[in-house]
Each structure stands twice: as structure tokens, then as C-alpha cells.
Design a protein around this ligand. Structure first.
Ligand SMILES: [Zn+2]
Length: 337
């Protein structure tokens, strides 16, 4: 009896799980205050006690795209002016050389360095990327590639300077190169000029240097051509796999197709995370991945467990929070008059 009952429960659970896998939410609810609350509740459950910063994505965002006016420039200057954290080593072959607001990551290989993102402008590239690398014993002249996650100036602003100085190649998605060439989503003189089109990649293209291979996924949402690289790192000789999410914020206004693309990107990457056992998730804004605190803990501990290794289930939960918040936000936009 008990046995038969538990089998019945198992069957019910399996059916629920399978219908949950079918893609669309079980009951494709019409957007309503209730559907918004349900998505926020699901995000909150997934966030648990450790992903509170990611959960801030669920806060309602303005329906109008932010304009780059004087007030926005003042805000941007204030963000850039915040004292930068010290540069640091996150893994045997991965280094943080970012500011307090935007991050830049350097992957070291025997044949040179792949830099992911180039901060706001030449001043930051000089002080934080070149200066940070030297403090860490890395020679910036070894930068071979600069992968720019997306076409917003807080990530590309320092790229032209570094590319020109060191002959590094700049890698972006074809979609965001085109966006930068035709109509910048945001523009301000605080940022360095956009780089000129160089290496243009499509979803799934690989970039290989010195035995390190990056798979460059196009994860539309934050921009239509946001690149999220996946690559291996080691810590004390042990291999880990990283997803570096290339663009997080919902700062594009009430654009429902784009919000839905964001949600699909998180679902798709959750499948990649499961298939490849990705156990590290990084961001290009340290508030999202807590990298400053994690680097500080590593500095103090010197060795031992690496706080950047959060485990595959937590990487998946992070993507669930992002997905549910994008759905909540989409429903809010759908309810707009
Ligand atoms: Zn951006």
C-alpha cells in the first residue's frame, strides 16, 4: 500500500517535472498582478539566502529607456570615481583587473592574455587594467585579444587604447558591432570611442589561445548581441568551468521581445550549465557576482577552497532568478496602458 502510494507520488512528480521541462511555463498565464507576484516569488525562492544581489533584478524598472543626459553623466562619473578594489587572482589563470563598478577579467595563457572587457575609458584602462596587471605580475603587452561583452561604453571604452598600444584584436558579436556602427544605445563623452569593427563572432564561435578555449555564446537581452563566454580555469591544479554572463541589467525600457529574449537566453544557458557542469558564474559588474568580497576572502586565506566555485546548482539557481525576474518584468510591461 505504502509502496503503491509512493509509486503514485513518484509518477505524479515525474509528470510534473516533465511538463515543467516542456519549455513554456505550465499554465501560460496571462500577464496579471498575480503572474508578476508568482514570478517574483519563484525568483525569491531560487535566490535563497545567497543570491540577494541577483534578486534586485526583480525590482520594477522604468518603462522608458534611460536617456544619457547630464544627470546620467553625473551618475556615471560618480560610479567611475568610486575607489577601485585591489586587483586580484581569482583562479590560477584568471585575474580581476576591474573597477568598483565595472569589471575586467584577464585570462592568462602561455601564449598571451585574453582580456574580457576594457572598462570605461583610457584612464581606467591605464590605471586599473595595465596598472592592475603589473601589480599582479602580468605584462599588459601580452594582451592578444580583448573580448568585449557588449556594445555599452563601460565595457568597450578602454578597448581602442589597449588594442592600439599592444596590437590586440578586439572581439565582439556581429550584432553588437553593427549596433555600435549604426546607432549606439548609449553614448557619452565619458566613455572612450567605440572600437572599430575587428573580429566579429556569431553564437557558439570559439576563441583559442595557448590551450584555453572560450566558447562565445550570444545571449540576447541586455543587448541583442551580448556575448557570454564559457571557459575552463584551474584552482590549485583542479579544473573548473566558468560562465561569464555578459550583460545583466534591464536598462532597455518596455521592450517585450527583448525581455523575452533575455528569458530565453537564461533558459538556454541553464541547459549548457547542466550539460557541461559549469560550477563558476562570473559577471562584468562585481556587485552581481560578489567578486570583490570573494577576492578579499582569497587574499586573506591564501589557499584552500575557492569562494568563486559556487557549484553547478547555484549557477543554475542564479539563472533561474534572472529568468523569473525577466518574466516578472515582462508581465509588468505587458500590463502598461
Ligand atoms: Zn551594458
Amino acid at each position: 500500500m505504502t509502496h503503491r502510494l509512493s509509486l503514485g507520488l513518484l509518477a505524479a512528480a515525474l509528470t510534473a517535472a516533465l511538463s515543467g521541462c516542456a519549455g513554456a511555463p505550465p499554465a501560460a498565464q496571462k500577464p496579471s498582478e498575480a503572474s508578476i507576484a508568482a514570478h517574483v516569488a519563484a525568483a525569491t525562492r531560487a535566490a535563497g539566502g545567497d543570491l540577494g544581489e541577483v534578486l534586485t533584478l526583480c525590482k520594477p524598472v522604468p518603462a522608458a529607456r534611460p536617456v544619457q543626459d547630464e544627470a546620467a553623466d553625473r551618475g556615471l562619473r560618480a560610479l567611475i570615481a568610486r575607489p577601485a578594489p585591489p586587483p586580484g587572482r581569482a583562479f590560477d589563470n584568471l585575474y580581476f583587473v576591474g573597477g568598483d563598478w565595472a569589471s575586467a577579467w584577464a585570462i592568462d595563457t602561455p601564449e598571451g592574455i585574453i582580456l574580457i572587457d576594457a572598462l570605461n575609458n583610457q584612464v581606467e584602462a591605464t590605471a586599473l587594467i595595465e596598472g592592475g596587471m603589473r601589480k599582479l605580475g602580468l605584462d599588459p603587452a601580452r594582451i592578444r585579444y580583448i573580448v568585449v561583452s557588449h556594445g555599452h561604453g563601460d565595457h568597450y571604452g578602454g578597448a581602442p587604447y589597449l588594442a592600439q598600444k599592444y596590437g590586440a584584436r578586439v572581439v565582439m558579436s556581429d550584432i553588437d558591432w553593427t549596433m555600435m556602427e549604426t546607432r549606439l544605445e548609449f553614448a557619452t563623452p565619458i566613455w572612450g570611442a567605440p572600437p572599430k569593427r575587428d573580429i566579429s563572432v556569431k553564437d557558439g564561435n570559439k576563441l583559442t589561445l595557448g590551450g584555453t578555449r572560450l566558447t562565445l555564446y550570444v545571449t540576447p537581452g541586455h543587448t541583442w548581441g551580448t556575448l557570454s563566454p564559457v571557459f575552463d580555469v584551474t584552482w590549485q591544479g583542479q579544473k573548473h568551468r566558468v560562465l561569464l554572463w555578459g550583460g545583466t541589467g534591464f536598462n532597455f525600457g518596455a521592450d517585450i521581445p527583448r525581455m523575452e529574449a533575455y528569458g530565453r537566453s537564461t533558459q538556454r544557458m541553464a541547459q549548457v550549465v547542466r550539460a557541461e557542469g559549469i560550477d563558476v558564474m562570473l559577471s562584468n559588474h562585481s556587485r552581481m557576482d560578489g567578486s570583490q568580497g570573494k577576492l578579499a576572502r582569497l587574499r586573506e586565506a591564501g589557499s584552500g577552497p575557492n569562494p568563486f566555485v559556487i557549484g553547478e546548482p547555484t549557477v543554475e539557481r542564479t539563472l533561474t532568478v534572472m529568468n523569473e525576474c525577466s518574466l516578472a518584468q515582462r508581465d509588468r510591461f505587458a500590463l502598461l496602458p
